[in-house]
Ligand binder design. Sequence first.
Ligand SMILES: *[C@@H]1O[C@H](CO)[C@@H](O)[C@H](O)[C@H]1NC(C)=O
Ligand SMILES: *[C@@H]1O[C@H](CO)[C@@H](O)[C@H](O)[C@H]1NC(C)=O
Length: 377
Amino acid sequence: MFAKFWVFLALFCLHVQHSHGATDKVICYVASWAIYRPDKGEYHPKNIDPNICTHINYAFLGVYPNGTLQMIDEWGDIEKGNFAEVEALKEINPNLKTIISIGGWNAGNAILAPIAASPELRANLIASSFEYFEKYGFNGLDIDWEYPEAKDKENFITLLREIKEAFQPKGHLLTIAVSAIPIDDAYDIPGMSENVDVINLMTYDFHIPGGGIAAENSPLYWGGADTPWQREYENVNSTVVNWVNAGADPGKLTIGLAFYGHTFQLADPAQHDLGAPVIDAGMSGPYTKGYGVMGFNEICEFTGDWTRVFDDQQKVPYKYKDDQWIGYDDEESVALKVQFAKDHNMAGLMIWTVDMDDFLGLCGPKNGLLEVIKQNL
Ligand SMILES: *[C@@H]1O[C@H](CO)[C@@H](O)[C@H](O)[C@H]1NC(C)=O
Ligand SMILES: *[C@@H]1O[C@H](CO)[C@@H](O)[C@H](O)[C@H]1NC(C)=O
């Protein structure tokens, strides 16, 4: 009787542990260069709310060809106080984890591939990471390798395993950011999942103006037969399902939330539905100034003569006015994505990037999108 009870209890606990892993991570990338944005766009790491973000991924540091970490902007990182401000957030939340992010467009394949391939260079990267942890207080390393190729597949796992073996005993974290669409010949997904603490899925940029039609940045679901221009896997749901089916532990996966949208210039202002023809990227943001990209803090100010439509199939909004069209995320779509992460027992959410939230409260409460995450987690 008692034995039966204990077996039952053990099975129950296993079941609970497997199916109800807490969805509690809010991994906030911060763009180190946001300190140089003009006017209401200027953002410093001290502006981050460390009671909502559980992890801060500082983007980016580079890597020298010899594997040593490289400050790309020493003026911003040190003199202007970015590193110190990130570290000081732990006075507000002592559980906050801060992570150095390497990669992105600063350290692409040309740098990371030779490092992953060499035992000596891998050891240099690990030693250099420890120096940064000791000197500046960071808790971990995030690798955004865009993107490994087939020849790098095994080396990537070796790199991750060696870093994990060095970090784990000291309590340091290793995270990666990956392509939403699993790269079959370059990603050993079970191997990646086994050797990292978190896999951040870059579930955005599914549609950009080069595609010639107005389409969403980060649909939650496939648009179905109504959207022949869109491949069935180009959405958050399919990304998560495909990564889990390929062997990723859902408890290590985060959904990447884009705190920005892609802008398009319509070919004909009278045709503004999803899938409308476009001739170019649309307007740039007054603060972020990127080509065909605007932050949520910039988009949210477009009210009045702009029309907002919430697409019920893909569960994301778009906005248009005259020949301008923007596919983006707002409070409504972010809430649904948070719910999706919880329903799928994922680790949580990743944000690219917090400096594009409505951090001044120009359109509603301060940090409007982060607040939605907090309320729905
Ligand atoms: C790697 O290269 C950088 C830049 O040249 C240099 O400062 C650093 O000392 C080198 N590190 C090692 C371990 O050789
Ligand atoms: C989610 O994605 C999977 C894989 O693409 C698909 O089989 C499933 O139907 C999708 N779910 C919904 C509700 O669209």
